[in-house]
Design a protein around this ligand. Sequence first.
Ligand SMILES: NC(=O)C1=CN([C@@H]2O[C@H](COP(=O)(O)OP(=O)(O)OC[C@H]3O[C@@H](n4cnc5c(N)ncnc54)[C@H](OP(=O)(O)O)[C@@H]3O)[C@@H](O)[C@H]2O)C=CC1
Ligand SMILES: O=C([O-])CC(=O)C(=O)O
Length: 263
Amino acid sequence: MIVGIIGNGAIARHVREHIASSNHSLGAVLLRPERRREHGEEHGGDHHVYSVGELPDDLDLMIDCAGHSALSAYGADILRRGTNLITVSIGALADQKLYDKLQDSALQGNAKLHLASGAIGALDCLQAARTGQLASVTYVGRKPPIGWVGSPAEQVLDLEAMTTGAAVHFEGSAREAALAYPKNANVAAAVALAGLGFEKTSVKLIADAAISENIHEIEAIGDFGSFQFQIRGKSLPDNPRSSALAAMSVVSKLEQLTNPIML
Ligand SMILES: NC(=O)C1=CN([C@@H]2O[C@H](COP(=O)(O)OP(=O)(O)OC[C@H]3O[C@@H](n4cnc5c(N)ncnc54)[C@H](OP(=O)(O)O)[C@@H]3O)[C@@H](O)[C@H]2O)C=CC1
Ligand SMILES: O=C([O-])CC(=O)C(=O)O
């Protein structure tokens, strides 16, 4: 496939490395229009483009690795032009207007928006469990203080001074979490979409000085029984906020779309 990527950050770089060593080829890297000045006007060997209109016609797939504002800015136009899109910015779907717009655009363009599972697992279990009755789903996201820098946690905690202990800085619904923490609570949105929805999924976010990994936990109870899931994810070397598994889940989704037999 000829694949385009939105963004040039930690997740995007991981995905680009995979594409470079696969049978796929990179067709475009979509960056903010402001970046055009830094890179010059030409579309050099880096495949840089600065708007959806500049994307090549022969793209088979776009991958959003750039966060909520990018999905909001480009997602609908990409889907409307008939290009399938993988996104890791799942929390953006907590905005119901954006959700509806993306859905309408996908239908108009006969394209699909594929959600990468991100930094969490067990979403298949939740999806199956919700076809029976799900009584409750709670998600707890725990990161070292540095993982919350730039988030609303800074308004209630002195993250830099936090060298011991753990502190809850958010408790509420998955919708509130996903909208307030666009770089940190995409997992809350994934859990909500797989299970009980944005309102009924309870979320707790914790800064924990005693850990070095991003720990995500789900507890679900329903007609199926109950499960507890915990993952201790290493962060990407160039972004302590983002788990490596989130980038790997994008690669996995790309493979799912191309392999003839896939779980
Ligand atoms: N589903 C999940 O479990 C997870 C999801 N995520 C999501 O993935 C996003 C990216 O993570 P990561 O790669 O670690 O972040 P980085 O900060 O390393 O990179 C973000 C990249 O996106 C670009 N970007 C941001 N906004 C726009 C925009 N409006 N248009 C074009 N480019 C844009 C940035 O460009 P510039 O330098 O110009 O700003 C930068 O290249 C996170 O913000 C988060 O929302 C992250 C981790 C887990
Ligand atoms: O990468 C992670 O560990 C989780 C994350 O940032 C998110 O949910 O947005």
